[in-house]
Write a protein that binds this ligand. Structure first.
Ligand code: C2G
Length: 129
């Protein structure tokens, strides 16, 4: 079984998120999504509209997602890849190169982002309505 992993906040889930989850799952048989805790979001300098439990609940309902784990710090990725026997690590290309240290443990693939959509854009555009 080929196992894929990806990471993110996944706040206000939108088509850009679904596009990367779909493409990640298409690379293997099992997709683990590691979703940022509210505390880690603060470390990333992000505040999500939805709390971790809601973001996790919503992701678990996505047909491409097989498992959801919490992301609590920047240092957990190697252990996540090793402990979960991951074959492929996938992220959007806004992270290009940032996680190449994982190449010692699994394949690392950066995929094009979906243009024209982001959680920030949703929040901004909605405010202006
Ligand atoms: N994404 C995308 N297209 C968009 C928006 C997001 O492909 N229009 C991708 C991002 O590239 C990322 C994933 O969706 O791979 C999740 O995006 P975020 O929720 O913004 O995650 P981020 O804050 O980048 O957290 O340790 C890694 C971090 O947790 C990544």
């Amino acid at each position: 079984m080929k196992k894929v992993i990806t990471y993110g906040t996944f706040d206000l889930l939108h088509k850009g998120h679904i596009n990367i989850l779909r493409r990640a799952k298409e690379m293997g048989d099992h997709l683990t999504v590691v979703i940022s805790s509210d505390e880690f979001n603060a470390i990333k300098g992000k505040t999500s509209f939805m709390p971790f439990e809601d973001r996790k609940y919503i992701l678990e309902a996505v047909k491409y997602v097989d498992a959801v784990l919490p992301e609590n710090d920047w240092e957990q990725k190697i252990a996540d890849v090793v402990d979960n026997e991951i074959d492929i690590f996938v992220m959007g290309h806004d992270w290009e190169g940032k996680f190449d240290f994982l190449k010692d443990y699994c394949e690392v693939i950066y995929l094009p982002r979906t243009e024209g959509i982001s959680t920030t854009k949703i929040k901004t555009d909605f405010k202006e309505k």
